[in-house]
Design a binder for this molecule. Sequence first.
Ligand code: AMP
Length: 472
Amino acid sequence: MAASRPLMHAAQRTSTTHPSFAELGLPPVLVQALAKAGVEKPFPIQRATLPDALAGRDVLGRGRTGSGKTYAFVLPMLARLAQHPAKRRPNRPRALILAPTRELATQIEAAITPLAKPLGLRTLTVFGGVGAHPQISGLRAGVDIVVACPGRLADHVQTGHANLDSIEITVLDEADHMADLGFLPVVRRLLDKTPGNGQRLLFSATLDAGVDVLVKRFLTNPVTHSVDSVKSPVTAMSHHVLHVAGDSRVPVLVDLASAPGRTLVFTRTKHGAKILARKLTSAGVPAVELHGNLSQNARTRNLTAFSDGSTNTLVATDIAARGIHVDDIALVIHADPPVEHKAYLHRSGRTARAGAEGTVVTLMTDAQVTDVRDLARRAGIKPTVTRLSSGHPLLAEIAPGDRELVYPTSAVNSASVVRSRTGVRRQGQGQGSRRRKPSEGARRPGGVTATGASSAAAFSSSSRPNQRRRSR
Ligand code: AMP
């Protein structure tokens, strides 16, 4: 392969058990760019994989979601490309990152772009659901790194707009998720087009479902780093199963999601996600949806609204269960319990990311008791099971802080009432933004707040007895 000289081997340079990025062998310009992004100290998966990846070895990384695996492959890739500068050639990228979903590809690009720029490296993201022409022009202009979902990249390869014969480094991110989505045949075809002596880094939470076959076929003498098993993040979370009557499901969700902090709610179907997002919104909890029936623009818009805090509740199908990087998700709710325990672990992995604590709630109806019990056993968790309806004090413990419901001003007229445990205020009197950190929320007393807004159906405050009643 082109870049065969190790940059610097950690063992030769480090004297501590917690080496810095510089001690691990990253060039100063990259260390500075990382510091600008607030990334100062390597996470364990980065400490484990960087020396080998920088030395040009194939790596099999088994880090859990949220462990920092993106930088674990992005950093050595950038360092090695920068160490051996090469002229950009039309349609022939030098490095390839394959990701299962558009969201993940976008987020990898967001991590990589500010770091690539100071090194003079150009990146391009390639995925379906958006116009092909900007991608074709980008490829033609020449890029160093392509971050791609397999399907659209295969189209570009077939039409001759992308040629993979100059790829020096390939990354497969979330290989198990790619397998679950049926991408392995196309991934194999793409990898077959990359030079056999290139470096390959494969990240996967598990090695089943055909990922082991990929490893055997495409990785040469790989070094394996299992920083955490797929189960470890869930042990750092608190798990609750809330046994609810069918008609309590939405009120309980409203109670939990109207607390401060970000809430990610999972449903089994796309239709279910859409309906639930509407129900929550009309009940005073503005919610956006994320699922495969939405256009790419709508998906991006909704995910952005959730990430930037303009909407604190996202209702998603499993498409969002892996790979999305939204910090500070205080609460993950399985509004429909997933069938697969792996889906439970991956969905739940959206909270407690990067060492933060998180809470996971599964709603369970009478008909789901046996399934949820099996699910918990297979996922290796021991949840607290509580039979309740909205207004139950446990809900304020799970999701602490003032509840805030957003009323449509037009329907409620100017008399939108703000209620909280500490009294009744008029709309606009001292009520801050809904975007509060979970930790801030935890310090607040329980209570209900309602503010005016221009969206959603109206309901009068007297029609929400449970919400008014709730307090700790
Ligand atoms: P990932 O597992 O790659 O999705 O990373 C999870 C989160 O941790 C992301 O928000 C990263 O920006 C953040 N992160 C990764 N590595 C570090 C680091 N060394 N220091 C601080 N934050 C990090």
